[in-house]
Design a protein around this ligand. Structure first.
Ligand code: GSH
Length: 211
């Protein structure tokens, strides 16, 4: 049985959406951040970094959101959440998965956890401001790349689209949320309309605005 250690709206949102989109049985295990459970000795055995999410798949214990998703799409290839291995489309899929996890996602870490980046408290606003500015530029590039395509890969929906929705959601409290960019807003509405996505947000108790 698959088990996802999660907290509503956290990076676990992506593997949660993927699991529902795959339609496979899984269990949700809440990591109670209110109690600092992500730093508890039990949780640190699963992820020594003390971060959410973790996926348990039998004897396999995986941390890192993108790795969890890549494992799931490979484990259930018939669901078609990633193009076939060895194709140009698969390479584009890797590009987006790696870009999203490696470029905007760490900027959100700076935006939400600015204290980790400074010794001097007075520098916090500047860390947030510059992370926000870098994210603005990143979303502009993503918007240009998306253009008038339906999904990041064009005609084909993939787990990378779910990743982008999650990052857009995280930008909703920023001076310029990603939804302010018309083609990204239309994209997020398309992704959010998927029944598996609706169900995920409902189960996590996420209310409007969702992105
Ligand atoms: N690169 C990691 C980052 C995970 C991460 O930063 N998770 C946040 C929630 S979105 C977390 O656990 N925050 C609590 C903490 O750092 O104590 C991944 O993608 O899994």
């Amino acid at each position: 049985m698959l088990a996802l250690h999660y907290y509503p709206g956290n990076a676990s949102l992506l593997p949660h959406m993927v699991l529902r989109e795959l339609g496979v049985p899984f269990e949700l295990r809440l990591v109670d951040r209110g109690q600092g459970a992500q730093k508890s000795p039990e949780y640190l055995k699963l992820n020594p970094n003390g971060r959410i999410p973790v996926l348990v798949d039998g004897d396999l214990v995986l941390f890192e959101t993108a790795a969890i998703v890549l494992h799931l799409v490979d484990k259930y290839p018939d669901a078609g959440l990633a193009p076939p291995v060895g194709t140009a489309e698969r390479a584009e899929f890797y590009k987006w998965m790696v870009h999203l996890t490696n470029t905007p996602q760490p900027e959100f870490r700076a935006w939400f956890y600015p204290h980790e980046h400074v010794n001097d408290e007075t520098a916090v606003p500047s860390v947030k401001e510059t992370a926000g500015q870098r994210l603005d530029r990143m979303f502009d590039v993503i918007s240009e790349q998306l253009g008038d395509k339906q999904w990041l890969l064009g005609e084909r929906f993939s787990a990378a689209d779910l990743f982008l929705l999650m990052l857009m959601r995280w930008s909703r409290g920023m001076p310029r949320p990603a939804r302010a960019i018309p083609n990204l807003n239309a994209f997020a509405e398309r992704v959010f309309a998927l029944p598996a996505v609706q169900e995920t947000f409902k189960v996590e108790g996420i209310r409007t605005p969702v992105f």
